[in-house]
Structure formats: C-alpha cells, structure tokens
Design a protein around this ligand. Structure first.
Ligand SMILES: *Cc1c(COP(=O)(O)O)cnc(C)c1O
Length: 400
C-alpha cells in the first residue's frame, strides 16, 4: 500500500480586515523563512539588542525592561499581571469588553483579590469613576484596555495613570490593538506596564508579545515575597536572557523574532506619526463610505479606533450570511460581534499593512453588493464615491 503524496500547503490569499490577525507584508514573511541561528549566537544576541531599541521607540519609552515575550498578546497580558500581583494583592480591572473580562480572569488565577468596574460595551471609562473605585478598593494594580478590540473603543489612559499614582497604585494597559495604530506614549503618560501583540497593527504573524515595565513596576517585582507562579513568564528570568547575563531561559522563537524585527523596521521607516495619520485617513474614508450606506458605529464619535471599526449591522441583514459571502466571494475576512454585540455588530479592521485604500475600496464594494442583495436601501456607488471624496481632500498618502 502506498501513501498518497500530500499536496503542498496552499492557504487562500485572504484579505484580513477583521480584529486580527492582519495581513503580513512580504518583507516580514521573507524574514520568517530565513535560516535560524542559535538563541545564544552572537548574531541573535545583537538582534535582541536591536529589537529592544526598536521596541522602546515604538512604545515611546526608555524602560530598560522592554522586550518581546514568547507567545501571543494574551501571554503579554499574563506576563504583566502574573509579575505584578502576588496572591492576596488587590487588583482593579476596568471592563468594557472582552479583553477587560479576560484580565479579570487572569488576575483571579494569579491569586489577586480582584475588583472590577464595568461600562456598557462600546463606552469608555471616565477618570472620575476609576478614581472613585481606586479610593474604594485601594488596589496595588489597576488594569485597563487601551484599545478594546471587541467594541472598537479607544480609552484615554493618561489621566487614569496620574490618578493611580496619586493613590499609590500601578497602572497596566493592554495595547495589543493600539500599538503602531494610534499613539501609545508609555513614558509620556507614565504607564507602569504595557503589553501588546504582533498580529494587529504591527502586521507580523501572531506569536510574540512586546512588553515594557517601568521603574515602579520593576520595584514591585523586586519587592515580591513569592515567586511568580508562571515559570515561563517570570520577567526576572526572561530579563536575564534579554539582558547582560544572556542566561538561557527558554529557546527564543528565532524566526518569529526575525519577523518582528522586520515588522518594527517597517514601522520605524514609515515613522510613527505618519503611520497614525495613515490609519486615521483610511478609517475616515471607510466611515464616509459606511455612512453613505446608512451604517453607524458602536462607539461614540471621539472614542473610535481607526484600526478597528465596530459598526452596527443594518436591520434585516443576516450577519453570518454576509460574512460567509465576503469570505467565499471576495476572500475578505471581517469580524463578527462578540459577547453583548454578537449578531449586532461587524468589526472591520484596517490594521498596519491592511490600512490602505485598496482595503477600503474592496470591503465597501463587497458590503454594498451584499446589502443590496439583502434588500437594504443602498444607492449603488454612493459608498465608494463618498470614500473617494475623503481621499481627494487629503494630501497624505493612503498606503504604506
Ligand atoms: C487580540 C487581543 C488580545 C489577545 O491577543 P492574542 O494574540 O489573541 O493572544 C488581547 N487584548 C486585546 C485588546 C486584543 O485585541
């Protein structure tokens, strides 16, 4: 009996316009395929140093403890929480979507006494309500999501950082979706700990979690009475490998680090401010086109993420049928609603490499066809015409 030869792997060329992963530029894909070197090879060690410098620029921080944890964005969340809380420590988590809820779960598993405040999905927290909760619960650590990918809401955090520090608490933020799409000012806002992921606006495959810990957070780690319960995510051990002793901890995912190095180089070549402006322009063009089809946003104006557009599904339109058609006929992936927004919202991501005029044109024209076929009162061509007006009025380039 002979075994039939398997066909080579051939994934469809999807246009990834959902909540992540986002499309990856060819330069980053090529980096993934380069020959691995050893995790203590002088070339790899030099690459780690270079990446730390690049990550500091992208996070806008001088924190020495700035590096890429092995694992996806969730590993970053777990690394931050597990290192900053010990069993019995109090943590306050602000929950206005899926990822705040996940942080509550992680904190509980780390043995924290967790308190939470909630906001309806799509809304953001006012600093005064966070202040009242800090005064009531006296947490060691406050956790909040900067860019809530489940709702498309952008949470301002600078004022909350100030309030946390006035009350003797640390502030950790989830910047998985915000980093490299909207400003993340780790030093400017005085954030104590931050984590991100590679697969959103950095346009690198999922697999690494950039993190940064500031001086107060490092003090808290030093003052721990118990070991971090996660051996793999113990920042003191990871820091010794990335730092001067180069002490082996685990084998770094070499090729993922190549990919992230290249993705960071692309971000820095474009420039952070130019990148933020590009994300904004393409989001405005998308919004104009959606508006022309009568589609509105879940978050209020002023709190919307340009890289993750969470919009309400028009009355009478079948969520799943549309998303299936987008995938099978246009190769386009958009996200459905989660939790409270299930069946009610679409999440259109314009992240990193995907934040470009072709993406906007493609998703608007595909959605227009689907909506018209579903009998929605949509004027043919209006969406693209409205988005074209936005581009015509802008001097900025729309693609990277
Ligand atoms: C995607 C995401 C995560 C989790 O990242 P994974 O790469 O899926 O582990 C955490 N927080 C936010 C805000 C995210 O968007």
């Amino acid at each position: 009996m002979t075994t039939p030869a398997s066909k080579p792997l051939d994934p469809s060329p999807r246009v990834l316009l959902g909540p992540g992963p986002s499309n990856v530029p060819p330069r980053v894909l090529s980096a993934l395929g380069m020959p691995p070197v050893g995790h203590l090879d002088p070339e790899f060690v030099a690459l780690m140093d270079e990446m730390q410098g690049m990550l500091r620029r992208v996070f806008r921080t001088e924190n020495p403890m700035t590096l890429a944890v092995s694992g996806t964005g969730s590993a970053g969340m777990e690394a931050v929480v597990a290192n900053l809380v010990e069993p019995g420590d109090r943590m306050l988590v602000c929950v206005n979507g899926v990822f705040g809820g996940r942080m509550v779960d992680v904190a509980g598993r780390c043995g924290a006494e967790v308190s939470r405040i909630d906001r309806p999905w799509g809304e953001v927290f006012d600093p005064s309500e966070v202040e009242a909760a800090i005064k009531a619960h006296r947490p060691k650590l406050v956790g909040i999501v900067h860019a809530e990918t489940s709702t498309g809401a952008l949470q301002p955090v600078d004022e909350i950082a100030r309030i946390a520090h006035e009350n003797g608490a640390l502030l950790a933020i989830d910047a998985v979706t915000s980093l490299a799409g909207v400003p993340v000012e780790v030093d400017g806002w005085d954030v104590d700990a931050v984590y991100s992921g590679t697969q959103k606006c950095l346009s690198c495959p999922p697999g690494l979690a950039p993190v940064s810990f500031g001086p107060r957070a490092m003090e808290a780690i030093k003052a721990r009475k118990t070991k971090v319960q996660s051996w793999y995510l113990d920042m003191t051990l990871i820091g010794r490998y990335w730092g001067s002793d180069r002490l082996y901890h685990h084998t770094a995912p070499i090729n993922m680090n190549y990919a992230l190095r290249e993705a960071l180089a692309i971000v820095l070549e474009e420039g952070l401010d130019a990148r933020f402006a590009r994300h904004l322009l393409n989001a405005q063009a998308l919004a104009a086109g959606l508006k022309a089809m009568g589609i509105d946003y879940v978050p209020a104006e002023g709190h919307r993420l340009p890289q993750l557009n969470c919009v309400t599904i028009p009355e009478g339109v079948d969520d799943l049928a549309v998303r299936k058609r987008l995938l099978s006929e246009w190769n386009v992936e958009i996200g459905g609603g989660l939790g409270d927004l299930k069946g009610k919202a679409w999440r259109i991501g314009l992240m990193g490499y995907g934040s470009r005029r072709e993406s906007v044109t493609l998703v608007l024209s595909a959605l227009e066809t689907c909506l018209r076929d579903a009998g929605a009162p949509v004027e043919p061509g209006a969406a693209l015409a409205s988005s074209a007006e936005v581009y015509a009025g802008s001097p900025a380039a729309s693609t990277a």
